[in-house]
Write a protein that binds this ligand. Structure first.
Ligand SMILES: [Mg+2]
Length: 329
């Protein structure tokens, strides 16, 4: 039977929780990527995190045994710049509220970075800054109050680090938003520009997006009408899937990215019964039930897929079934 990947010409991957966890590759990922590449699937790596350059991310991937080039990595700064080029005239004066790397990248493409209100900036562009100067925030707020357009790289509220969860770009955006009363136009997931930029880069016609978070990855794919594969190696799990709004429901689920090398799960629906593999979920009176649940991990993913689809399509509660799938987080 044909693999899931065979239905697409390209696969776009979120990184943390999909390809690696912190500094380490997730088990089997380098091998699966090598097989996908050998089979002709174009591979792209997509990250909201603009703290590292695409070259640094690609270098990290190569250290993990993944043969990525710098061009295979697309980050939210690159997507932001493409967005700005469509919205501002060449040479526009921009007040960057971000790192020197952001300032340099804006200058490289012909914008005029400015650092004072006297320069009358046309736009404020915000990106994550690990030592954000308070004075820069103040300049940003005043410039926006005076009519400058406001853009930002990505909405992530937090950053997972080895020291714990830290405030991310979204938290820095909130500081300005609390003064100006609205939020900026953003390029990163779940907004369009980042995925559009990656599709353009890979020249992909029918890509699939692979992610571990509903709010950024799966909704991001849904927002651009792209199919998605949700994997269980990262941040979100079965209960997040159950409560996902329609745009956040993935096209496929799999244990990890190796699911792309297997046939897709098939769902068969008839008269209130949803079957996947050996599992059958039944909906009655707004509740999803299931007889015996499978004892293997793959079997429990089948059961989960049957239960989720039953719950989603009939607006029913499948919590009791999900509770019994003890091998799936
Ligand atoms: Mg992730």
């Amino acid at each position: 039977m044909s693999t899931l990947a065979a239905a697409y010409d390209a696969a776009l991957f979120d990184l943390d929780g999909v390809i690696y966890l912190g500094p380490h590759a997730i088990d089997g990922v380098p091998e699966a990527l090598a097989r996908l590449a050998a089979g002709g699937t174009k591979l792209g790596y997509v990250t909201n995190n603009a703290a590292r350059t695409p070259g640094q991310v690609a270098q990290h991937l190569r250290e993990l045994g993944i043969p990525a080039t710098d061009d295979d990595v697309v980050n939210s700064t690159q997507a932001t710049i493409r967005m700005l080029q469509g919205r501002l005239p060449a040479g526009a004066k921009i007040l960057p509220v971000g790192t020197s790397a952001l300032v340099e990248q804006l200058a490289e493409v012909g914008f005029t970075p400015v650092d004072s209100l006297e320069a009358e900036p046309d736009a404020v562009v915000q990106g994550y800054h690990p030592q954000l100067p308070w004075n820069l925030l103040e300049l940003g707020v005043i410039a926006i109050h005076r009519g400058a357009q406001w853009f930002a790289t990505n909405p992530d509220q937090t950053r997972p680090t080895e020291r714990g969860i830290l405030p991310g770009c979204g938290a820095q955006i909130d500081l300005i938003a609390s003064c100006v009363g609205y939020r900026p136009e953003m390029a990163g997931k779940p907004f369009r520009p980042l995925l559009d930029e990656t599709v353009l880069r890979l020249d992909a016609e029918h890509p699939i997006f692979v992610g571990d978070r509903i709010d950024t990855d799966i909704i991001g794919a849904g927002n651009v009408g792209m199919d998605s594969l949700f994997v269980f190696t990262g941040a979100h799990g079965k209960y997040d899937l159950l409560t996902a709004e329609p745009v956040g429901r993935p096209t496929h689920i799999g244990a990890d990215i190796a699911a792309l090398l297997e046939p897709p799960r098939k769902l068969v629906e008839a008269g209130g019964q949803f079957a996947c593999g050996d599992a059958v979920a039944t909906v009655a009176d707004g509740v999803v039930t299931m007889g015996e649940v499978p004892a293997t991990y793959a079997g429990q993913l089948d059961a989960l897929w049957a239960a989720l689809n039953a719950a989603w399509s009939r607006d029913a509660d499948a919590t009791a079934v999900l509770d019994r799938l003890d091998l799936v987080q």
